[in-house]
Write a protein that binds this ligand. Sequence first.
Ligand SMILES: *Cc1c(COP(=O)(O)O)cnc(C)c1O
Length: 385
Amino acid sequence: MLPFLRNDLVELAAYKPQLGIGVASQISPAPTQSDKLDTNESPYDLPIALKEKLAWTYKELIKTNRYPDGGHSLLKQAISEYINESANLSSNVFVSNNISLGNGSDELIRSILISTCLGGNGSVLVAQPTFSMYGILAQALGIPVVSVPRNSENFEIDLQAASEAIAKTQKPPIRTVFVVHPNSPTANCLTTAELEWLRSLPQDILVVIDEAYFEFSQNTLASELSQHPNWIILRTFSKGFRLAAMRVGYSISHPEVTAILEKVRLPYNLPSFSIAAALIAIQNRSLLLECVSQTNNERLKLIKNLSQYSEFEIFESAANFVFLRLKTQLGEEKNTALTNLHKELKSSGTLIRLTGGGLRITVGSPSENVRTLERFQKAYNNLEL
Ligand SMILES: *Cc1c(COP(=O)(O)O)cnc(C)c1O
């Protein structure tokens, strides 16, 4: 390797971006024809009326020769209204100085790591399986990642292991704990015991609560945030708001935390077009979020249908995906069987994720879900169980 590159980055397994879909061939060379149910995107594009609004904004208001609004002022204001409304809080609880915007919440995760752990200041704690970007971004910054397991039945974090990890991790100590509410890939919300544990963590540890799937779960810790200056909530426009292409995420936190995140981010992290898209989405939220209940209904159907396979265990979900795995008594052939199933679904045209010892399937459109079940049946018939 070239001698000026960091050695530890050779070992780093990067996030593998999936092939884009529905993108004009001028933009992406080989858009896949498959049902793309592997990245938990919404199956629904922005309604055409809103796309036209956005196109109008682009044509009339955005000057491509000018830098974007680096302070994101209008968007922050609109988002704080949405947060207060969605957590039934009065309109002045969260305001612009509680909000920071990122190029996807991925950027915010990195800003958090820079703000808390970089330079030997801290390690991060995660419970596996969980969203992979926490570990990947931490490693890219040379930040140690401490992993603890989850209960194998309900995926609750092994809280004893987590407390022990915090007690014994010294150089550097745990500064940041990442949890997802509901977790990906296992789809479960934080339990009462997990919440109690998060409330009990000392003030010198930042607790990151990733609510990427809030629009589906309607479960938020926003109303408790003001009591915990060491908590930060992450949300994204990539899932329920149907804007994965635009790369907009936001954080909600104590103003002091927000101020630091604002310092460490790139000055013009959001393109003007993305700012305009997020603004239109949030202003038209009741229209856009109508499809959330359809997705939740489709999820129930998927769960009900997949429950018929007695060799599989399928879990309750509070998000736009479902998680299933083979029952444990099947022993060692389990992984081969899952790998084969995943492969066969892929070659029949349904992309899902093989992760966390199971399969994670995004809830798609009704016709995609019908195909998922048909193809699953076929692949299942070919399995040797
Ligand atoms: C999808 C997802 C995100 C969103 O990432 P963006 O960068 O905003 O697209 C964040 N956290 C979790 C757990 C996710 O599943």
